[in-house]
Design a protein around this ligand. Structure first.
Ligand SMILES: NC(=O)c1ccc[n+]([C@@H]2O[C@H](COP(=O)([O-])OP(=O)(O)OC[C@H]3O[C@@H](n4cnc5c(N)ncnc54)[C@H](O)[C@@H]3O)[C@@H](O)[C@H]2O)c1
Length: 259
C-alpha cells in the first residue's frame, strides 16, 4: 500500500525546483497534495497535471491570513491536514554585512523565518484536529556554519533550527513531530538563476568537484529523505536535523598521490 494513502500534505514553495518534486513524490505515494506558492500560474498548472488528489492554493508564507486560507483549503478539500513542509525560501543577493540593505535583511527573514513560524502557528491546530502529524522545515547547510556574503540567509536558516527544536518540544505530546532538513547545493532555479537583486547565479561560481560526492544534489535526493521523515518509519524522530549535502560540510576531499 502506498505510504501516504489518506494523508494530506501541504508543501509551501510547492511549485519550485524542490517543492514541485516533493509534491509529485507525495502524490505518487498516495497523498492528497496541497500546493502552496505565490506563483499562481505554475501552481494551477501542477495541480491540473496531477488531477485528483491535488489542490493549488495561493499562499504567501509571510501573510498570516494567507496561511489560514491555505490550511482551511486543505481541510475543506481533503478533510484534514496531516503533514506540513515549510519549504518556501529565498536567497539574498550576495553582499557583506556592512553592504546589506535593511530591507533585504527583513525580506529574507520574513520569508524564510517568519514564514516558517506562521506555518507552524497556523497548521498546529489543524494537525491536532487530525490527532497528530508531522512538520518538516527546510533549512540549509548554510544554517550549520557561516557563509561570507549570505548573512540574511544564513541567519534565517540558523533561526529555523531553534524554532524547530522549540516546536518539537511544544507539540510532541500532541503527536506532532518537527524536524529540519539541511540540503547542500541542489540543482534548482535557486542556484541556476540569480537571486532577486543579484547579477550572478550560485551555479556560476560554485562547483561540487572538491567534495566527497562530486555532483550537485537533485530534488529527488531531498524528496526521498523528506518522505522517510514524514512517514511512520520515522515515528520516534523529532527535533532532529538531517544533512543531505553529498559531503559538502566535510570539506574538500584531498586527492593525494598514494603508493
Ligand atoms: N537549491 C539549493 O541549493 C538549496 C540548498 C539548501 C536549501 N535550500 C532551500 O530549499 C527550499 C526550496 O528551494 P528550491 O531550491 O526549490 O528553490 P526555488 O527557487 O526553485 O523554489 C522556491 C519556491 O518558493 C516560492 N516562494 C518564494 N517566496 C514565497 C512566499 N513568500 N510564499 C510562498 N512561496 C514563496 C517560489 O515561488 C518558489 O516556487 C528553500 O527553503 C531553500 O532555501 C535550497
Amino acid at each position: 500500500m502506498p505510504r501516504f494513502d489518506n494523508q494530506t500534505v501541504l508543501v509551501t514553495g510547492g511549485t519550485g525546483g524542490q517543492g514541485s518534486n516533493h509534491v509529485r513524490a507525495f502524490h505518487v505515494e498516495g497523498a492528497n497534495v496541497v500546493i502552496g506558492d505565490i506563483d499562481t500560474e505554475r501552481g494551477a498548472a501542477l495541480a491540473d497535471e496531477l488531477g485528483t488528489r491535488a489542490h493549488f492554493t495561493r499562499l504567501d508564507v509571510t501573510d498570516e491570513s494567507s496561511w489560514s486560507a491555505a490550511v482551511l483549503a486543505a481541510e475543506s478539500a481533503f478533510g484534514a491536514l496531516n503533514v506540513l513542509v515549510n519549504n518556501a525560501g529565498v536567497q539574498n543577493p550576495p553582499a557583506t554585512i556592512d553592504n546589506t540593505e535593511r530591507a533585504t535583511w527583513s525580506r529574507i527573514l520574513d520569508i524564510n523565518l517568519t514564514g516558517t513560524f506562521l506555518g507552524i502557528k497556523v497548521a498546529a491546530p489543524a494537525l491536532r484536529r487530525a490527532a497528530g502529524g508531522v512538520i518538516v522545515n527546510i533549512a540549509s547547510t548554510m544554517g550549520l556554519g557561516g557563509t561570507a556574503n549570505y548573512a540574511p540567509y544564513v541567519a534565517s536558516k540558523w533561526a529555523v533550527r531553534g524554532l524547530t527544536r522549540t516546536a518539537a518540544l511544544e507539540l510532541g505530546r500532541d503527536h506532532i513531530r518537527v524536524n529540519t532538513i539541511h540540503p547542500g547545493v541542489i540543482s534548482t532555479p535557486f542556484i541556476h538563476e540569480p537571486a532577486a537583486g543579484a547579477t550572478a547565479a550560485i551555479a556560476d561560481f560554485y562547483s561540487p568537484e572538491p567534495f566527497a560526492i562530486p555532483r550537485l544534489g537533485e530534488p529527488a535526493d531531498v524528496s526521498r529523505l523528506l518522505l522517510f521523515l514524514t512517514s511512520s518509519d520515522a515515528s520516534f524522530i523529532t527535533g532532529s536535523e538531517y544533512v543531505i549535502d553529498g559531503g559538502l560540510l566535510l570539506g574538500p576531499a584531498l586527492q593525494t598521490e598514494t603508493a
